[in-house]
Design a protein around this ligand. Structure first.
Ligand SMILES: [Zn+2]
Length: 250
């Protein structure tokens, strides 16, 4: 049975297929990740023209048949191409990193409205904040993703004494996504890494809200990204790498 669905979607990946068609990997709010073919999309006068580019926010009508590997795109309208993101290398790298994460963690046939809305919000923030340290939006996204998938970080209190940490640096424990004060870290036998007061405060701020210009940009982002990725990799049983960021940093 073929089912027609209309859903907001993000184009995660788009490749040319044959002379005239495209295969697209979409993240839809109604059906999670969907791979679909857009017939005739490469023709100059195609109604799909310009709508199925990577990172476009679209509304799509899909003909979905269960068990079929490749679904069919029947109609697309462009909602937001995030033009400012494309003009900024770092913002583009972050947006592609978000896309990589989605391809790794979102399954097919899995409604994901809250994750979809959060993803679009992050891309809109990226689109309107090209003068800010945009890498912080990626840290916020990684924190949210852990939360959404059910293993969010508990940064507020020490997992040993259950009190708000007073002494720093803390130790961050990757498996449970928790923190320990220096006195309590002996209570865990799991691997921990140091977390300074500034890093701890930054993570807590980013758990609550999108970064503003008042956040100290001088805190190195890479150790925090590595920490959050290790946690996410552990729980999703994948070795998440974010190659888009490596391209930018090279
Ligand atoms: Zn403690």
């Amino acid at each position: 049975m073929t089912q027609t669905i209309k859903s907001p979607a993000l184009v995660l990946h788009s490749i040319r297929w044959s002379e005239s068609s495209k295969i697209v990997h979409l993240f839809t709010s109604e059906k999670g990740c969907v791979k679909a073919i857009a017939r005739g999309a490469m023709r100059p006068k195609s109604p799909f023209c310009g709508t199925l580019e990577n990172l476009n926010h679209i509304e799509v009508i899909l003909a979905i048949k269960e068990g079929r590997g490749l679904q069919l795109v029947s109609q697309v309208s462009l909602l937001n191409p995030f033009s400012n993101v494309r003009e900024n290398l770092e913002a583009t790298a972050v947006a592609f990193a978000v896309s990589e994460l989605l391809r790794a963690v979102v399954h097919e046939n899995e409604a994901s409205q809250p994750l979809f809305q959060f993803t679009i919000q992050i891309l809109e923030d990226l689109n309107s904040s090209v003068n800010r340290p945009v890498i912080l939006l990626l840290i916020r996204y990684l924190l949210y993703l852990s939360e959404y998938l059910g293993f969010g970080w508990n940064l507020q209190i020490c997992s040993g004494c259950k009190k708000i940490p007073q002494k720093f640096p803390l130790r961050a424990e990757i498996v449970n996504g928790s923190v320990y004060c220096p006195e309590c870290v002996s209570q865990t036998s799991l691997k921990t890494v140091p977390l300074s007061f500034d890093q701890w405060q930054l993570l807590r701020q980013l758990q609550q809200a999108s970064p503003t210009t008042s956040i100290k940009p001088e805190i190195p982002s890479q150790p925090l990204i590595d920490l959050l990725l290790s946690h996410l990799s552990y729980h999703t049983e994948q070795n998440l790498q974010l190659n888009s960021l490596k391209l930018y940093q090279r």
